[in-house]
Design a binder for this molecule. Structure first.
Ligand code: M6R
Length: 596
């Protein structure tokens, strides 16, 4: 998610726009741009690279004017009379673009945002507000948008749907931003826009209306966070903020990839067909850390739904073991940052050997995104905490959708089953929210067991894959020794470590191996371990055999990892807090491992 800023007042707009963008730059952008009305025209200046590159470009000729907007990519219509900045995704942009091209609009980019600028030009009838309303009637998706119009140089219009937008109230000037850190140096008095609300922002007046055009009276929200807390959206740590962002991150990752009828997956980025898929006799998934754990789940999904054999490998191993990779291999690399050096090297090596390559990454324009033949983005927004959370859940969502997409092409799943899965997918964001709504028991467990030196995680099948991720989370931020075991492997060694009072987190959500998992739980209970069970709602059995149960909403057992990982993230977080650890910057670790 990029930063949006806007200014209208008596001061030079560029000054605030650059300052506001710089406050949001910690998210890491690949470009920056501002648009300022200079009394005659709207002058747009953009630049590839960090904000410093834009500053350098305009340092001797800063756009002059007292109204303007900024973003990574401000977009204009054909005439240059309309400028739009946008966060989010316009789902129906392709259809709108075709229509607008037919009407003679010339596009300069492939982005969905540019469509909005041309659409405004197309529907403009002299009434700026009414024309924006018409645009909003026509677009579908999630967005925060700010519009600027040369014919109305006294106002900005902004609106939002599923993306944040805030208006900062000044004295004879007003500010717009996607996030509070951008405005906190200028004002602490804000209006937080709700979905569907539209604001006309002038220097000395703000008018807010709802979807029906009715006036809305809003309460002023006084921001009393300091600048650092503001970046964290009021949460104590980025990790906690990012855990709570998961419903939105998952929704954004799904959006645009579900057909209008809600029954199929569409992957406009891929456009694969049966010939393309039949060419592969093997799929490799290669990644590091949490992304590797997502790959393990990805393998399960692709094999189960699309019936294609998949191998998963840690990138640092894969690249040095002379893997059997050729033109009949599909290599999928997974990387939040898109910059992990081992993953990038594995990708380059596989390309050299002739493989087709696909990247699942979160960072647009990253090295891995640029290197891979094809890219699927997780639209998780910037992940700042070293411990990866929302990247993992969005990677799982994307793998599930990819597997369904492959299954549709290969005909390995009946249409009704695909439709059923797509229906369940759409429930996941609300189910994550539900999981996040009651953290108190997890806090209590973290306090109770946070000083143990060893914790074990067990599970079978997909539960084991999630156990691996849960253990990694606990290790990296709380420094507790945590090990994940396939529950059936316990007897082959690890059971020797289970003694009185050792905490064991037991995941038991997979129906096909439920009884087997229960018998493993009984084994550790018999050694007096303290067992915290993770179960699906409606499971009345598990509580008979464990000390505590954490329940997540019921869904298909394939999708449940996206829910069960959430309490494990929270457990790690609160355990780290209990132990006084630096949650966002754990010792010895970096967010992105760009050296070997
Ligand atoms: O950016 P990437 O997804 O390639 O990063 C891979 C790992 O370094 C990363 O997932 C790491 O394991 C996290 N700190 C785990 O929380």
């Amino acid at each position: 998610m990029c930063g949006i800023v806007g200014y209208v007042g008596d001061r030079q707009a560029a000054e605030f726009l650059l300052e506001g963008l710089s406050k949001l730059e910690y998210r890491g952008y690949d470009s920056a741009g501002i648009a300022v009305y200079n009394g005659e025209n709207i002058r747009v200046e953009k630049c590839v690279g960090r904000l410093a590159a834009l500053r350098e470009k305009i340092k001797d000729d800063v756009p002059q004017g007292t109204i303007g907007i900024g973003h990574t990519h401000p977009h204009t219509d054909c005439s240059g009379d309309f400028v739009v900045v946008h966060n989010g995704i316009i789902e129906n942009y392709l259809a709108l673009k075709e229509e607008l091209i037919e009407k003679g609009h010339a596009f300069k980019s492939e982005t969905d945002t540019e469509v909005v600028a041309h659409l405004l030009e197309e529907v403009y009838n002299g009434d700026f507000e009414e024309s924006v309303r018409e645009v909003l009637r026509r677009i579908e998706g999630s967005y925060s948008l700010v519009f600027m119009c040369r014919q109305h140089p006294d106002r900005l219009i902004c609106t939002k749907q599923d993306n944040p937008l805030v208006i900062g109230l000044g004295d004879g000037e007003n500010f717009i931003a996607s996030d509070i850190p951008a405005i906190i140096n200028r004002t602490r008095r804000t209006y937080i826009l709700n979905d569907g609300e539209m604001a006309v922002v002038k220097k000395d007046a703000i008018e807010i209306t709802n979807r029906k055009g009715e006036l809305v009276t809003k309460k002023v929200f006084e921001v009393n966070w300091n600048a650092e807390a503001a970046e964290k959206g009021g949460f104590e740590h980025f990790m906690l903020k990012e855990i709570h962002e998961q419903p939105k991150a998952v929704r954004d990752t799904m959006s645009q990839r579900i057909a209008k009828d809600g029954k199929r997956i569409v992957m406009n980025e891929l456009k694969w067909n049966a010939d393309f898929l039949n060419n592969f006799n093997k799929v490799y998934i290669v990644a590091c850390g949490t992304a590797y754990h997502a790959g393990l789940v990805g393998k399960f999904y692709i094999e189960k739904l699309a019936r294609i054999p998949v191998e998963v490998d840690v990138a640092s191993e894969f690249r040095y073991r002379d893997p059997i990779v050729d033109e009949n291999t599909l290599l999928i690399v997974v990387s939040q940052s898109g910059e992990t050096s081992d993953t990038l090297a594995a990708l380059k090596e596989s390309k050299r050997r002739g493989a087709q390559t696909l990247a699942l990454t979160n960072v647009v324009g990253s090295s891995i995104a640029r290197e891979a033949d094809q890219v699927l983005y997780t639209w998780a927004g910037p992940e700042i905490a070293v411990a990866s959370t929302k990247a993992y859940t969005t990677q799982l969502i994307l793998f599930f959708m990819l597997a369904l997409y492959m299954a549709e092409i290969k005909g390995t799943l009946p249409e009704e089953k695909v439709a059923e899965f797509v229906g369940l997918l759409q429930q996941v964001p609300a189910q994550i929210s539900e999981t996040l709504s009651d953290v108190e028991p997890i806090k209590t467990f973290a306090k109770q067991y946070g000083f143990n030196e060893d914790v074990f995680y067990i599970g079978r099948s997909l539960d084991y894959d999630v156990a691996l991720e849960g253990a990694l989370k606990l290790k990296e931020i709380s420094y507790i020794h945590a090990e994940a075991y396939a529950a059936g492997e316990l007897k082959h060694g690890t059971l020797a470590l289970i003694v009185e009072g050792v905490p064991v987190i037991a995941l038991a959500t997979q129906k096909s191996v439920y009884e087997k998992t229960l018998s493993n739980i009984k084994e550790v209970k018999a050694r007096d371990a303290v067992v915290i069970g993770i179960a699906a709602a409606g499971d009345e059995e598990l509580e008979k055999y464990v000390d505590h149960v954490i329940r997540v909403p019921e869904t298909d057992e394939l999708l449940i990892p996206i829910l069960t990982v959430v309490p494990l993230q929270l457990l790690a977080y609160y355990a780290a807090i209990t132990r006084g650890c630096d949650v966002d910057k754990p010792r010895n670790l970096a967010k992105s491992v760009t050296v070997e």
